[in-house]
Design a protein around this ligand. Sequence first.
Ligand code: GTP
Ligand code: MG
Length: 304
Amino acid sequence: MDLFEKPVKSGMVAIVGPPNAGKSTLMNHLLGQKISIVTAKPQTTRNRIVGIVNDADYQVVFLDTPGLHKSREPMNVEMVKVAMESLTEVDLVLFLVDVSLPLPEKVQREKAAEHAEYLQRIKCPAIMVLNKIDLIDRKKVLPFIDSYAKLYPFHAVIPVSALGGDGLDSLFAEILTLLPMGPRYFPEDIPTDASERFLCAEIVREKVFLLTGQEIPYSTAVLIESYKEDDIKKLVTIHAAIVLEKQSQKGIVIGKGGKKLKSIGIAARKDIEALIGEKVLLKLWVKVKKNWSQDERFLKELGY
Ligand SMILES: Nc1nc2c(ncn2[C@@H]2O[C@H](COP(=O)(O)OP(=O)(O)OP(=O)(O)O)[C@@H](O)[C@H]2O)c(=O)[nH]1
Ligand SMILES: [Mg+2]
């Protein structure tokens, strides 16, 4: 880094909140690029994922995090720990909730109490982001603004649609006003610090989430076993294992005559090619590792 580089608005911004609130969708939209995987199922994101937005006057480093929730499962406990740590290690927190869910008042109150517990840990400015306003009548957003303003001294409460983009300009402007001046922490030309291998594994996992039902997504991990670039042929060959917890799940992921696995592979290859800008040969296979999500060493290997 150039020592004489002029300081810019720069800092770390954690995107935290309950599962499925739209945290990854928000980060991708602010980046203008898909880095984090998105599905309609909760607990999609398992790691802290960095997304960097650069301009002449700023560098905003977003941290997309796993959803905050109560769980005793070892993997989920780790995921929540990652999100909790993000609450305390950043310059600004965006606390994101889904305001489109029609919840009974009692549940709403319980949720607010749980959120207040998380919010107590924050040591920096915070913005409350009320997401998915495209799904409800504008008038229904007002009570949320009031009730969340009581929970914590937020610098702002901003309704948005992370998917459609409504409210994101105001949100980004507010983010910039709250960030300190400082150096750029990352080079200007990279949108994330995640490796291509990691992003490829995530894409395969997203397709398993999207194309299988019931318990399969939560029992799935993806390991990239080899990643070879051929500069002459301009071809990247990737071998990946879809790791499941039980033998009985194998048939579901492979499907009749291998059909399901084939469609997972086709969908994943398209996205990987778009991400790395080269032709990809993706070879997938399915293996069973009994109760891998309880195995701390394996979780470490996966980076969870
Ligand atoms: N209609 C609508 N849907 C949205 C919006 N934001 C996100 N979604 C949808 O909500 C679902 C969850 O989105 P994600 O971005 O994966 O949510 P998340 O908070 O990252 O979820 P976890 O990683 O599981 O904690 C997906 O189906 C998104 O398309 C929005 O503003 N409007
Ligand atoms: Mg997510």
